[in-house]
Design a binder for this molecule. Sequence first.
Ligand SMILES: [Fe+2]
Length: 297
Amino acid sequence: MIIRRQQDVTVAAISAMEQTSNPRLREIMVSLVKHLHGFVRDARLTEAEFREAAAILAELGRQSTDTHNEVVLMAGSLGVSSLVCLLNNGDQGNTETAQSLLGPFWRLNSPVTENGGSIVRSETPGAALFVTGHVVDRAGHPVAGAEVDVWHASPVGLYENQDPEQAEMNLRGKFATDADGRFAFRSVMMVGYPIPTDGVVGRLLKVQHRHPYRPSHLHALIFKPGFKVLISQVYDPADPHIASDVQFGVTKALIGDFVKEGDSYRLEFTFVVEPGESRRPKAPITAKVSTASTRPA
Ligand SMILES: [Fe+2]
């Protein structure tokens, strides 16, 4: 068609998108063009602003490497990652879910550890933390023989791969649930930490007067054939940033009960697994990264 006025561009672009042969890709592209054009109209985007937006997208790409993904960090900082997670779990967003974001630091092959054992693999000063987890299905029945990976930041807010002071695989471990669906381990109490602020995301946070912190959390990845892989995080409600996570990852279902007992902490948490495909995600990192290129998140 020959375009005569601004409304015509949208009609022409949508009809071009409709030529996509794959039906799902067609649906996505038509919706994307509708919303992108709607956004340009709604914001009354100027030519200078459009050029700036294109430059920012290019910069997000340039700032992404094998050990850091600024695009994913931006998606998290805009709440998009959390929305995708919540829409695709818990009966398509209708009920609570223990699913959460994977984050950039899950590693394959974390050390198999006996139930009740410690995941502290080099001297890590901090308060002791005793964790007991229960893995159950939707009906509340225990799930035995599930493989549970756990990992978390140190008491100074660094994952082992970011910190030359920590031994390989420190504060990481792999457990198998027992007949009661239970696993347990000993560690040290973690703290919250800031996401990297030396890129595009940092500039955005600054102009929005937002802090860069993620509240203190424990990561878990639970694998058992017949269930959707559960990627979860359990948050500490005592963290000052519990209600303002920069990545919008905290949901009510993921708030744990970290009980202080003297100088140590105890956490008991029940993970509910949902039926689905048991496919592990791709590990975002494979090894320690050099300190020079470390960009935590
Ligand atoms: Fe994390």
